[in-house]
Structures are given as C-alpha cells and as structure tokens.
Write a protein that binds this ligand. Structure first.
Ligand SMILES: [Zn+2]
Length: 316
C-alpha cells in the first residue's frame, strides 16, 4: 500500500460566532502532500491553495502562524475542486500519514460540510508520525512534540520554512522515513480517525497490536447502554482469550474515561480503559483498549480509584 504524507493549513472564524462555526470550525486553505516510494523516499508532491468560501478574513492566529495572504488564497480553487484534484492525485490503495490526529479530523469535517464522500468506511486507518515519534524517541510519552522540535531533535536539515502545508508534509515525511528505517517494528502501531463511528457491527475495529488490543464499537443510544454492553464491560485476556474476573470494577475519573483491572493467572494484570466518544447526532461509541501491565501501573490505577472515591465521599 502506498503511503501519502499529508498536511493541511486551515483558517477559522475571526468572531467565533458566525452561523457556520459549528459545522466547519476550521476551513482548509491549503493542502500539501508527498507520496512515498516503497522504501519511504519522497517521489511526488502535491501543493494547492484553497479559495475560502466560509471565512473570508484571516484569523490573526492563522496569519501570524502561516504567512499566507487572503489575496494568495483567492488564486486557488474552492475546496470541492481542490479536494477532487487531490484525491485523483492520491490514486488508489493508499494510507495517509500525518503529524498528529487533527488533519484527518478537519479533512473529514470539510468534506462533510460540502456533502462530499468521506474518507472511506469509518474509522479510517492512518499513520500518526507524531505518535510513532514519541514511541521511538520519547519512551512512548503521552506528550506530543511539535513538528519543528522533532526535526531539531533528529538533526534533520531545515532547508525550507515551516507552517506551510507542503513544507510540513515534507518534514513529516523526513521524520517518518527515519522512523521507518530505524524502527520498522513500530510501523504496526497504526491509528484510527474516529471523527465518525463504525456504521455497523461489521465495521467495528478489533486490532491486536501484540502489546495491547483495541476495540472501536459501533454506536449506542447513550453512555449507560454502552457501559452495560458485554463486549465493552468484559475483561478478556488477549493472550489466552480467558474472560477474567475484575479485581477493580470500571470507575471513571471524569465521566469520559473509565478504567478497570483484572487478573489472568497465566499472563498477569490486565488494565482496561474505555473512552466515550460522542457522535454529531447525540449517540455515543466506545474506544476500548486492554493491556497487560506492570504492578506499578496497576498501583497507579488503584490510586486514581482511591482519589475518585475520596472526592465522592467529600461531596456526599
Ligand atoms: Zn491470559
């Protein structure tokens, strides 16, 4: 499968209360991409301005960051045309690679705004180079590095300016090439864009990454029915398939993230984590990960639980 490294620039409402703000909070104004060869070298380029249809004034943040004038954008085509050109350029059978998760979210939202076809069946699989960077060079830290700091850290030559769609795709591609060559083992850690939930049970995601498993459910009417669902609430050891008895039942720290612990006699302590996602039409779906963890991690989960219990007691 071909890899296409993608970066977008977008503009936003200057007033924050225009009627379209909710539907399209970020309007894409530039699409940049590079296509990679089988050995992860850049072999082709895409770069186009998008003529704004929604926000005709540049937000101060956008103009400070990306140095594009409205007059330059006016030379581009509207989004439906540019996105068509872009997908024609992408061709068939590819996977996107981006720096972070927001480019795919905003691309999906802009496509939806113009009633254009979305990026295939949701959730869309992609490569998050920022996540891979933190796995390889930051011990898997949850802190995500800015693109330029990552470029500095890897001593990659800064030969073109940052914060334009093409250049950011170019640097993301350089970082990705480095990761793919130094640590091909991490390439299996793909991401899923969850702007839209799986449409049916058949579209649900079940992946075994070896070191953890991930499940993305289809939708439920509400959070309560999601949490009652057996596939969501059960704790199953992904090494032996055994249904485990919970040692610490599901609890929440913020009404969005839920945790549980269980014990497999053969394989050790299993940590469950459930994140509740809301859909545009008021339903919910669930992203659940299960991971065999150390005693220290289990202790951290227990201390989270104790904190929650303490807080609930105080508010009683
Ligand atoms: Zn087991």
């Amino acid at each position: 499968m071909k890899i296409i490294v993608l970066d977008l620039e977008w503009n936003q409402s200057s007033t924050g209360n225009e009627p379209e703000t909710e539907k399209i909070p970020f309007e894409i104004i530039e699409i940049g991409a590079v296509g990679l060869s089988d050995d992860y070298r850049m072999i082709r380029e895409f770069s186009e301005f998008v003529k704004p249809q929604v926000y005709k004034k540049m937000h101060s943040y956008t103009s400070k960051l990306i140095h594009i004038q409205m007059s330059q954008l006016e030379t581009g085509d509207p989004f439906p045309e540019v996105s068509k050109k872009f997908f024609d350029w992408c061709g068939e059978d590819y996977i996107f690679c981006t720096w972070g998760s927001s480019d795919l979210t905003e691309l999906q939202r802009n496509l939806a705004y113009y009633d254009l076809p979305l990026l295939g069946n949701a959730p869309v699989k992609y490569i998050d180079a920022q996540k891979l960077f933190s796995l390889v060079y930051e011990n898997g830290s949850k802190n995500r590095k800015a693109l330029e700091s990552a470029v500095d850290q890897l001593d990659i030559e800064k030969d073109i300016p940052f914060h334009r769609a093409f250049s950011d795709a170019y640097y993301t591609a350089k970082i990705f090439e480095r990761i793919a060559k130094e640590r091909p083992d991490v390439l299996q850690y793909v991401s899923y864009d969850i702007s839209y939930p799986p449409a049916s049970h058949d579209d649900e995601i079940n992946v075994d990454f070896g070191t953890y498993v991930k499940y993305i459910s289809s939708t439920f009417e509400d959070k309560e029915s999601a949490l009652k669902d057996e596939k969501v609430s059960s704790m199953v050891c992904y090494k032996c398939g055994k249904v485990l008895k919970k040692k610490l039942n599901w609890f929440t720290t913020n009404d969005r993230h839920y945790y549980a612990l269980a014990n497999c006699d053969k394989h050790g302590i299993l940590k469950g984590k459930v994140r509740i996602q809301r859909t545009g039409d008021g339903k919910v779906f669930v992203v659940k990960t299960s991971k065999l963890v150390s005693k220290e991690t289990a202790a951290e989960i227990r201390s989270k639980y104790n904190k929650v219990k303490q807080k609930n007691k105080q508010s009683d």
